[in-house]
Design a protein around this ligand. Structure first.
Ligand SMILES: Nc1ncnc2c1ncn2[C@@H]1O[C@H](COP(=O)(O)OP(=O)(O)OP(=O)(O)O)[C@@H](O)[C@H]1O
Length: 255
């Protein structure tokens, strides 16, 4: 792969790069120097105990949280530091949250259309056509005129994924996308995420869905205490974790 030079002068071939990321809340350190490089079309799955800094790391990637130090690049463009157009940057980094964050008074189509109009300044007719295509890609063509209250949690989350996809981001971040769902609705959302990956999207996913990590992830990253403790391909990671902290976490998760 070609090496891309970024404005900070650090070479990076990764689609998303985090270097030496530190973040504290008050005096409490939450990220202790995170280095993570996500390659094009790679799905990196982040596991770790509650409070280990997973969400904070993800939120730093689109600057919903400001890192104290360190740097983040997307395709070689520096996202951290002054002078970055946050709106443009957030268009390149789609985010799907645990809570779907849809406007309750708008239909599914209205929610996706609004994002296209606001962020990309697209004319209404074009935005609606693009929004319909995005809803179709998550299997919701027939629910386009429904409001969130008329949709199941799984369908609402698929609308949120469609809204992120419609902006044609370079990277998608998923922060516990299925944690708020009833168990029987989880599978549909995971199926959509699998399809998004098959389309070649670069994805960074925080989730406790271990079976999904086994089947779909290219790499699993284990975080604890604000640091990456270990990482590897899912087969190796789950069958033969190298670190004691990883083994202890996995055995707790398996009950
Ligand atoms: N805005 C904030 N202000 C103060 N402390 C915060 C803030 N956000 C997170 N924290 C603290 O930072 C630590 C890491 O939180 P974070 O949500 O990143 O962990 P996590 O690994 O995603 O946990 P979980 O799996 O429970 O979501 C926790 O101790 C949390 O209480």
């Amino acid at each position: 792969m070609e090496t891309v030079s970024n404005r900070a002068g650090t070479p990076s071939t990764a689609t998303l790069s985090l270097r030496a990321l530190h973040k504290s809340f008050g005096t409490f350190p939450v990220l202790n120097g995170i280095d993570l490089h996500v390659q094009r079309s790679e799905m990196v799955f982040v596991l770790g105990p509650s409070g280990s800094g997973k969400s904070t790391m993800l939120r730093c990637c689109n600057r919903l949280e400001e890192p104290d130090s360190g740097a983040i690049w997307v395709e070689g463009d520096l996202l951290t530091g002054p002078g970055v157009d946050l709106n443009k940057m957030r268009q390149r980094i789609g985010m799907v949250f645990q809570s779907f964050n849809l406007y309750p008074h708008l239909t599914a189509l209205g929610n996706v259309t609004l994002a296209l109009r606001r962020v990309l300044k697209m004319p209404r007719a074009e935005a609606e056509a693009e929004a319909m295509a995005a809803l179709k890609s998550v299997g919701l063509s027939d629910r386009a005129r429904h409001t969130p209250a008329q949709l199941s949690g799984g369908q609402q989350q698929r609308v949120a994924i469609a809204r992120a996809l419609a902006l044609k981001p370079t990277v998608m971040l998923f922060d516990e996308p299925t944690s708020a769902l009833d168990p029987e609705l989880v599978g549909d959302v995971l199926d959509v995420m699998r399809e998004v990956k098959e389309q070649g999207m670069t994805m960074l996913v925080v989730s406790h869905e271990m079976q999904f990590a086994r089947e779909a992830a290219d790499r699993v990253v284990f975080m604890d205490g604000g640091s990456i403790i270990e990482q590897g391909p899912p087969d190796r990671f789950f069958a033969a974790p190298e670190q004691e902290r990883t083994r202890a976490f996995l055995s707790r998760m398996r009950g």
